[in-house]
Ligand binder design. Structure first.
Ligand code: SF4
Ligand code: SF4
Length: 429
């Protein structure tokens, strides 16, 4: 009996040692991949990325607030070399992003990306949450809402009610519903519900809270989402933000294509900001919002938007960056339009030094739903095995997630694809 116990303990110890060795090996593989691609040795700042047309921003989602996923996404994309991480304007979300960045830099000494928070001046698709009462849903509903949700933000469970089934022939009710912190407001669940049970509730972030958050010092950039139809709410928000803009390195304005009015609206917004704009500014060209994960064609609108603005000689200063429908095919689309990293002599900043230098016409690309989807598959698989874990504690998953992120970021940063594909072969968790 004692011999059997001793054998069991030895085997257990051997298993632990093997598992730790494997884990260390995978973490070494992560470091080696980041170093071979050259991310760790690149010291260029996010500003240089904007100037050279290889700026990449990860959009965590203006309404996405799952801090476990946000921390892991931030870690993975920091190692992949993004220039900026855009997140909800919420203190705990900002902390999660900064924690992810710090954890990444504890693995390899990569450059710190800027942290950006997103706010809205009025009702906006990016600032809404789905809501419904599952107890009002027919128990026999096939639940298409659960299937269509790209964020796994709807979870329903059937609860049987013996008393009711005896009295009224009812077999049970649905429980659960929308996981609020995971819902980022894409709106896909609402039209698919056959019983019209889902509402999308919009909200506006409070400007005073945003100003305080900016002044805390762990936010580098602000993005204002506007529908561009009227500039009064934009002016009101900018005024309420007061002197907080002097703590920032970049102010971005995210706007949809409003046709012939786009440039004149941009000029009005620029003139509103100008007297208190002490940093760089950027225009985020929001083609087809929150659709990059849908498919290849989703990226067309933002490329058409970029082509339209690239032709304009009288647009106001500021870098141009694509978003809304961006995915793996966006760079190819830009290349076809001869917009990828092509240079311009237009002013890009109110800052004298920067405005006098040559820079690329398009500063870069922001990736949201598509970036979250490709890494999210690895995160889901890790969570299924290990629960809410920090990805660096499971380096086999970290390596797999990093390869996915590099494949996307590398299209803009021009990483060597052969290094990424050779790493992919060895990273099945
Ligand atoms: S709005 Fe989008 S993210 Fe939110 S629950 Fe519906 S499908 Fe999911
Ligand atoms: S599809 Fe509509 S009715 Fe069916 S479970 Fe979802 S919200 Fe309820």
């Amino acid at each position: 009996m004692a011999l059997s116990l001793s054998c069991h303990a030895t085997l257990h110890l051997q298993h632990q040692v093997a598992s730790r060795n494997n884990s260390n090996k995978n973490l070494d593989n992560v470091r080696s991949l980041v170093n071979r691609i050259g991310i760790a040795s690149v010291q260029s700042s996010p500003v240089e990325s904007l100037r050279n047309g290889h700026w990449v921003k990860l959009i965590c989602g203006a309404s996405f607030e799952d801090v476990v996923d946000i921390r892991n996404l931030s870690l993975v994309y920091t190692l992949a070399g993004v220039d900026c991480i855009d997140c909800a304007a919420d203190a705990s979300v900002v902390s999660a992003v900064n924690e992810g960045i710090q954890a990444a830099r504890g693995i390899v000494d990569v450059r710190r990306p800027w942290v950006m928070i997103s706010v809205n001046d009025d009702q906006d698709l990016h600032f809404r949450k789905a809501e419904f009462d599952p107890e009002n849903c027919p128990i026999d509903c096939s639940r298409p809402c659960e299937i269509v949700c790209p964020a796994n933000a709807i979870s329903l469970q059937e609860e049987t009610m013996k008393e009711l089934s005896q009295v009224a022939g009812v077999s049970g009710v649905l429980k659960g519903g929308v996981i609020t912190e995971r819902c980022y407001g894409c709106g896909r669940c609402s039209p698919i519900c056959p019983y019209d049970k889902i509402n999308l509730v919009t909200y506006v972030r409070d400007a005073a809270t945003i100003a305080k958050l900016i002044k805390r010092g762990n936010v580098d950039a602000l993005e204002i989402h506007t529908n561009g139809r009227q500039t009064t709410p934009f002016q009101e928000l900018w005024d309420k933000l007061g002197d907080s803009s002097k703590y920032l390195r970049l102010v971005a304005v995210s706007l949809p294509n409003i046709g012939d009015l786009t440039v004149s609206t941009m000029k009005t917004m620029f003139s509103i900001m100008q007297s208190r704009l002490h940093c760089l500014n950027l225009w985020q060209l929001d083609g087809r919002p929150m659709s990059g994960d849908i498919g290849r064609g989703a990226t067309r609108e933002t490329i058409a938007f970029a082509a339209q603005l690239a032709l304009s000689n009288d647009r106001p200063p500021g870098f141009l960056q694509l978003a809304g429908g961006t995915n793996f095919h966006t760079v190819d689309g830009l290349k076809k339009e001869r917009l990828f990293q092509s240079t311009s002599t237009l002013k890009n900043s109110i800052n004298e030094e920067l405005s006098s230098s040559l820079h690329t016409l398009i500063g870069g690309i922001a990736y949201g739903g598509y970036a979250r989807k490709i890494v999210g598959r690895v995160l889901s698989s890790m969570q299924a095995q290990n629960g809410d874990a920090s990805i660096e504690d499971h380096p086999e998953y970290l390596l797999a997630a990093l390869v996915e992120a590099l494949t996307l970021v590398g299209t803009v940063k021009c990483y060597d694809p052969s290094l990424i594909s050779s790493a992919k072969v060895n990273c099945d968790p």
